[in-house]
Ligand binder design. Structure first.
Ligand SMILES: [Zn+2]
Length: 89
Protein backbone atom coordinates (compact mmCIF):
# COMPACT_ATOMS: atom_id res chain seq x y z
CA UNK A 1 0.00 0.00 0.00
CA UNK A 2 1.33 3.41 -0.93
CA UNK A 3 0.89 6.28 1.46
CA UNK A 4 -0.23 9.37 -0.46
CA UNK A 5 2.15 12.31 -0.22
CA UNK A 6 1.28 14.81 2.48
CA UNK A 7 1.97 18.00 0.57
CA UNK A 8 2.49 21.07 2.68
CA UNK A 9 -0.60 23.31 2.59
CA UNK A 10 -0.67 26.99 3.43
CA UNK A 11 -4.35 27.74 2.63
CA UNK A 12 -7.36 25.45 2.68
CA UNK A 13 -9.03 27.50 -0.03
CA UNK A 14 -7.29 29.43 -2.79
CA UNK A 15 -8.38 33.12 -2.68
CA UNK A 16 -8.33 33.29 -6.49
CA UNK A 17 -10.40 30.28 -7.60
CA UNK A 18 -12.01 29.22 -4.28
CA UNK A 19 -11.46 25.60 -5.38
CA UNK A 20 -7.90 24.48 -4.85
CA UNK A 21 -5.47 24.18 -1.99
CA UNK A 22 -2.50 26.52 -1.87
CA UNK A 23 0.52 24.22 -1.51
CA UNK A 24 4.25 24.72 -1.10
CA UNK A 25 6.26 23.99 -4.25
CA UNK A 26 9.97 23.99 -5.02
CA UNK A 27 11.62 25.10 -8.23
CA UNK A 28 13.90 22.29 -9.39
CA UNK A 29 16.51 24.58 -10.95
CA UNK A 30 16.98 27.07 -8.11
CA UNK A 31 15.40 25.09 -5.23
CA UNK A 32 13.49 28.26 -4.37
CA UNK A 33 10.24 27.65 -2.55
CA UNK A 34 7.02 29.26 -3.68
CA UNK A 35 3.30 28.79 -3.15
CA UNK A 36 0.98 27.43 -5.79
CA UNK A 37 -2.73 26.62 -6.07
CA UNK A 38 -3.17 23.00 -7.18
CA UNK A 39 -6.35 23.94 -9.07
CA UNK A 40 -5.85 27.22 -10.95
CA UNK A 41 -2.03 27.42 -10.93
CA UNK A 42 -1.80 30.81 -9.26
CA UNK A 43 1.62 31.31 -7.71
CA UNK A 44 3.01 33.52 -4.97
CA UNK A 45 6.58 34.09 -3.88
CA UNK A 46 5.67 35.08 -0.34
CA UNK A 47 3.03 33.38 1.83
CA UNK A 48 2.23 36.72 3.45
CA UNK A 49 0.95 38.06 0.11
CA UNK A 50 -1.47 35.28 -0.79
CA UNK A 51 -4.50 37.48 -0.09
CA UNK A 52 -3.00 40.27 -2.19
CA UNK A 53 -4.29 39.96 -5.75
CA UNK A 54 -1.54 42.19 -7.19
CA UNK A 55 1.24 39.87 -6.02
CA UNK A 56 -0.22 36.81 -7.73
CA UNK A 57 1.72 35.30 -10.64
CA UNK A 58 1.13 32.51 -13.08
CA UNK A 59 3.52 30.16 -14.84
CA UNK A 60 6.67 31.84 -13.55
CA UNK A 61 8.00 28.34 -12.88
CA UNK A 62 8.00 25.42 -15.28
CA UNK A 63 10.02 22.67 -13.59
CA UNK A 64 8.88 22.26 -10.03
CA UNK A 65 7.34 19.80 -7.58
CA UNK A 66 5.06 20.14 -4.62
CA UNK A 67 6.87 19.65 -1.33
CA UNK A 68 5.79 17.36 1.48
CA UNK A 69 5.13 18.83 4.91
CA UNK A 70 7.85 16.75 6.61
CA UNK A 71 10.52 18.14 4.26
CA UNK A 72 9.88 21.64 5.57
CA UNK A 73 10.05 21.04 9.31
CA UNK A 74 13.31 22.98 9.65
CA UNK A 75 12.53 25.56 6.95
CA UNK A 76 11.51 29.13 7.66
CA UNK A 77 8.31 28.74 5.62
CA UNK A 78 7.14 26.00 7.98
CA UNK A 79 5.35 28.54 10.14
CA UNK A 80 2.90 29.05 7.28
CA UNK A 81 2.19 25.34 6.87
CA UNK A 82 -1.24 24.33 8.22
CA UNK A 83 -0.75 20.55 8.09
CA UNK A 84 2.31 20.31 10.28
CA UNK A 85 3.70 16.85 10.86
CA UNK A 86 2.75 15.05 14.02
CA UNK A 87 5.35 15.19 16.76
CA UNK A 88 4.03 11.97 18.33
CA UNK A 89 6.59 9.55 16.97
ZN1 LIG B 1 -6.68 28.62 -7.24
Amino acid sequence: MTIPPDYAKVREVCPICSQGWVLVARDNATHALFFRCDECGSEWEDARNIEDESSRRRDDYYDWDFVESRELATNKVYKYVINKISKNW
